[in-house]
Ligand binder design. Structure first.
Ligand code: ZN
Length: 469
């Protein structure tokens, strides 16, 4: 059997609608980790969908309780052919962001996979059920074509990613020996653009921080007190304006990286950010002056306001509000010390005359930033495999713009981390009308079948001696 036959089996699996059936069944499970009442669905997803699918491929699996009280279970599975063969660790998350059912366009539902042209709508279709479904099905195609994989596989699937992956780090630390591997290959997040196969090597970190100005309890009549009482909404707006300029340049320079490494700059030159139809157009007047689009989103840090509230926007009254709050987020690249970010903001606000603005981390933990060196031999290996399968040179991003719990794999387990995304930035993940593109699902099957086929060949970075022999 050949590489071509593995890829053709994977393509047929999509063309016959079987991958879509897998995704449809999985989307129907309401595994919303943010909703405590949906807790049972998290276990269902792992025990009734993932474990049986893996068992049919000869995996043994174990459902493990999350060490964090109340957080969803995880699944660890493995298929060991021969301890001398290379071992891949793969990962996925079975939970989804809340369904937001009432906000979906009519005719669509978060819990049913609905086709419109090349789009397949459903919660989790892109993040992450569709993506790990591709990887499992592509692996099965290789197993069928070759009769064995030619490598060992370990699987770690969690059900708390949308909560910030509680317990994932602890489980990786505890199960370090059991999860030992040569390389990490998984799929989540978007491609650089819908048409370009993409390999990313890490992720930016994220830190959510709340800025609050609280002057007094309750509101006071604006006619009787306006001009006498300081308005917390206006003060907070000025504080935010001191952090980011009207053109989106971060003015609190201490929260930024000092520079962009040459290897990163070089890799990003090959990654033009060109939105396609359905994606927003880029505001080139916004952001750090002098940086390319790719450098702004993959090579730099940002400060965003996610929500801003003072008074009651739904029902304004003629009063000076007592307080104002802004939920903000810093996304940062590897090399930024996350512990230093809030103290740096504090110094900035104090220096700008805003000691009354309180800063608080709005999540207990934050996601760290990671980045595999683009010069790592696994990167070239994977890029060549993808190009061989698709005829397209993949975009190699030093890191994703978004955030993933990649530090568990890169830092705790010490693995070279290769992410092969099967979605695109316009997929509305985390919003109503989440969808995947059929064209990317199909190509994703081919890419992953090619990668898994190649992993079972002699010539991998895990087996350099085989090449020398
Ligand atoms: Zn997500």
């Amino acid at each position: 059997m050949t590489r071509e036959s593995a890829i053709s089996k994977a393509t047929v699996y999509y063309d016959e609608g079987r991958l879509l059936e897998d995704i449809k069944r999985r989307v129907a499970i309401r595994s919303e980790s943010q909703i405590p009442a949906s807790r049972a669905h998290l276990t269902t997803y792992l025990s009734e969908e993932i474990a049986p699918a893996l068992a049919s491929m000869g995996f043994t699996s174990e459902l493990i309780d999350n060490p964090v009280e109340g957080a969803g279970p995880m699944l660890i599975a493995e298929r060991i052919e021969d301890e001398h063969l290379p071992t891949v660790l793969t990962y996925g998350h079975g939970d989804v962001i809340r369904g937001l059912e009432e906000q979906w366009r009519s005719g669509l539902s978060p819990w049913d996979l609905v086709q419109e042209g090349d789009r397949y709508y459903g919660r989790g279709a892109a993040d992450n059920k569709g993506q790990h479904s591709i990887n499992m099905a592509a692996m099965a195609s290789v197993l069928q074509a070759r009769g064995r994989l030619g490598f060992n596989v370990k699987v770690l699937m969690e059900t708390g990613e949308e909560l910030g992956s509680p317990g994932l780090r602890a489980v990786c630390e505890r199960e370090r020996e059991r999860l030992k591997a040569d390389v990490f290959i998984a799929s989540d997040g978007p491609r650089l653009n819908a048409k370009r196969p993409t390999l990313f090597l890490g992720s930016r970190g994220a830190l959510n921080v709340t800025l609050t100005v609280r002057f007094r309890e309750g509101a006071n009549h604006s006619g009787n007190w306006g001009g006498l009482l300081a308005n917390p909404g206006i003060v907070l707006a000025h504080a935010l304006a001191s952090i980011v300029s009207p053109e989106g340049k971060v003015l609190a320079r201490e929260i930024l990286p000092q520079s962009i490494a040459d290897s990163v700059r070089k890799a990003l030159q090959d990654c033009p950010v060109e939105p396609i139809e359905g994606e927003p157009s880029v505001d080139d007047w916004w952001g750090e002056p002098g940086l390319s689009r790719a450098e702004k989103v993959f090579g730099w840090n940002t400060f965003e306001v996610l929500a801003f509230r003072t008074g009651n926007p739904d029902n304004p009254v003629n009063a000076i509000p007592g307080h104002a709050v802004a939920n903000c987020q810093i996304r940062f690249v590897a090399g930024t010390d996350p512990e230093a970010l809030v103290p740096a903001l504090r110094r900035h606000l104090d220096a700008q005359g805003f000691p009354m603005v309180q800063l608080a981390l709005s999540r207990k933990s934050f996601m760290a930033a990671t980045r595999l060196d683009p010069a790592n031999p696994w990167v070239r290996w994977a890029a060549q495999s993808i190009e061989r399968s698709t005829g397209i040179r993949p975009a190699v991003l030093p890191n994703l713009g978004g955030s993933l719990p990649n530090e568990c794999f890169a830092d705790v387990l010490g693995l070279p981390t290769l992410w092969v995304p099967h979605s695109y930035a316009g997929c509305s993940q985390h919003a109503p009308d989440e969808h995947v593109l059929g064209s990317i699902l199909r190509e994703g099957m081919q890419i992953m079948a090619g990668l898994f086929w190649d992993l079972g060949e002699k010539d991998t970075p895990a087996r350099p001696s085989a090449r020398a022999a």
